[in-house]
Structure formats: structure tokens, C-alpha cells
Design a protein around this ligand. Structure first.
Ligand code: SAM
Length: 267
């Protein structure tokens, strides 16, 4: 079977690593687990006998049927040939339940997959995820405000989930080896919108406006997004320096500014 580099096919061959990834999901005996990109089954093989139900989403037209054949006698395992970005999680997960997600992600669509997971988490469909991605992306997802890697992806991730960096793997853990190191993150989905007093859609758009241009101050990014100087001066919280960049502020401060602007704009 020919490997398809376009589909991000770097298969995990380090035995300890694939066990460590599966173990990181914890006790899944009664859980529905969604695996993204099972490939040749490195993680699927370990999880299949462990979880209540395993639904593995694989886009490759050859790998998906090969895996389906391998698991044909295991009714709790379902291999679905589909694009994860098009999959309907609400239809996969039993009503009233949440699922866990696992995956050595296809790196070319990591951000899109994360955004899909955050949306599903906001809809109350997911509890946790253990996901491997390029180390630089994992560093951005888990960065704290004020450090170089902190940006829109960090803020978006951290309003949806508590993020834990677990471990990093060298290219030699994969076949063929990718050009980059890879890190495994565990996400505990706990959307913070109501705690921060913001509406998800509006705040999401506000974050995108605030981080639009890295070299600009937050105030200038918001001005470019259409807020007037009068609105910004009236709403600006005392504890936020006027020259601050969004990258230096925590979610609490961003939420305070958003709430304050919403009040001043509505008057
Ligand atoms: N889980 C396997 C492992 O650890 O060895 C394979 C991981 S490999 C990095 C990524 C997998 O995602 C490949 O099997 C690839 O075919 C699959 N894939 C790529 N794009 C996909 C998509 N849009 N939807 C579902 N699976 C996809």
C-alpha cells in the first residue's frame, strides 16, 4: 500500500510512544472514543479492547477498508471512511453522552481539527482529547500570555480547554520520519465563556480582531476592526495598559475589555 504524504501519513512505530498516547486517555471502559486518522492502527490496536466504543475516522480509501477488515469481528469498533472535518460528531455520539478524542493528527489540518474539537466541546459533545501535533503548534496551543508563542490559537484553545503538554517525540518515532518534532497534548474541555461573562460567538470574533496583526497594539487592532477612539477610551479598563498587545493579556482581561466595550457600544 503506497503511503500518501499529502495526507500527513507519518505512522507511529515507537511502541512505548503509542502505548503512552493510548494510556493518556485514562480509563475509557465505558466511554465512546473517536480516533482521528487511525492509519495503520498503531493506537487503534491498543484502544479497541479497552473502550466502550471506538469510532475511527480515516480518509484514506485504502487504509480505511484494510482497518475495517482487521476489526470486522469487533462490534464495538467502527471504522468510518470519511474526512474528519466533514464528520458530524453530534450524529456519532450517543444522545446525552460525551465522547473522548484521540489522534496522531494529520499535521496539514491541525488547526482546523482543533477548531472543530472546540466547537464540538462548546456544544457539550466532548470531555477530553489526547492529540499529537507538530511541536511548534503544541507550544502555541499551550503557551501562557506574555510568552513568544502566545497568540490567537492559544487564547482560543484555552477558553475551551485546560491544556496539558505531555511529551515530545523525535522524528525517529515515525515511519517515514517527519521533518519536525511532535508533541502530545491532553485537553480537558471546560469552556469558560459563562464564567468570563461573554457570549461564545461575539467573543470569538473579538479575539480574532484583537490578534489580527501581531505588530499592532490591541487598541490599533480594534480600531482597524471598526471601534471608534471614543468607544475605546470610554470602555478601556484601568488595569489594561493603553499600549498593550493582545498577546500580553490573559483571557480575564480580554473578557473585561470585551464586556466593557459591549456596554459602551450599546449606549
Ligand atoms: N494514527 C496513525 C499512527 O499513529 O500511526 C496514523 C497517523 S498519520 C500522522 C495521520 C492519519 O490521518 C493518516 O492515516 C491519514 O491518512 C489520516 N488523514 C489525513 N487526512 C485526514 C482527514 N481529513 N480525515 C481523516 N483522516 C485523515
Amino acid at each position: 500500500m503506497k503511503r500518501k504524504p499529502k495526507l500527513g501519513q507519518n505512522f507511529l512505530v515507537d511502541d512505548r510512544a503509542r502505548h503512552a498516547i493510548a494510556d493518556a486517555l485514562g480509563d475509557v471502559t465505558r466511554r465512546t472514543v473517536i480516533e482521528i486518522g487511525p492509519g495503520r492502527g498503531a493506537i487503534t490496536d491498543i484502544l479497541a479492547p479497552r473502550c466502550g466504543r471506538l469510532i475511527a475516522l480515516e480518509l484514506d480509501r485504502e487504509l480505511a477498508p484494510a482497518l475495517a477488515l482487521r476489526f470486522r469481528d469487533q462490534p464495538r469498533v467502527q471504522i468510518v471512511e470519511t474526512d474528519v472535518l466533514k464528520a458530524d460528531f453530534a450524529a456519532i455520539i450517543p444522545p446525552g453522552e460525551t465522547a473522548d478524542v484521540i489522534g496522531n493528527l494529520p499535521y496539514y489540518i491541525t488547526s482546523d481539527i482543533l477548531l472543530k474539537l472546540f466547537a464540538a466541546a462548546s456544544a457539550g459533545l466532548l470531555s477530553r482529547a489526547v492529540v499529537m501535533m507538530q511541536r511548534e503548534v503544541a507550544d502555541r496551543v499551550s503557551a501562557s500570555p506574555g510568552v513568544r508563542d502566545y497568540g490567537l490559537l492559544s487564547a482560543t484553545a484555552q477558553i475551551h480547554a485546560q491544556v496539558e503538554q505531555l511529551f515530545t517525540l523525535p522524528p525517529s518515532a515515525f515511519s517515514p520520519p517527519p521533518e519536525v518534532y511532535s508533541s502530545v497534548l491532553r485537553l480537558h474541555f471546560r469552556p469558560r465563556f459563562s464564567e468570563l461573562g461573554v457570549d461564545p460567538t461575539g467573543f470569538d470574533a473579538f479575539l480574532r480582531q484583537s490578534f489580527a496583526q501581531k505588530r499592532k497594539t490591541l487598541e490599533n487592532n480594534l480600531r482597524a476592526a471598526g471601534y471608534s477612539s471614543v468607544q475605546l477610551i470610554a470602555a478601556w479598563p484601568a488595569r489594561i495598559p493603553r499600549q498593550a498587545r493582545a498577546e500580553s493579556l490573559g483571557l480575564e482581561a480580554m473578557a473585561e475589555l470585551y464586556r466593557s466595550l459591549a456596554v459602551s457600544v450599546s449606549h
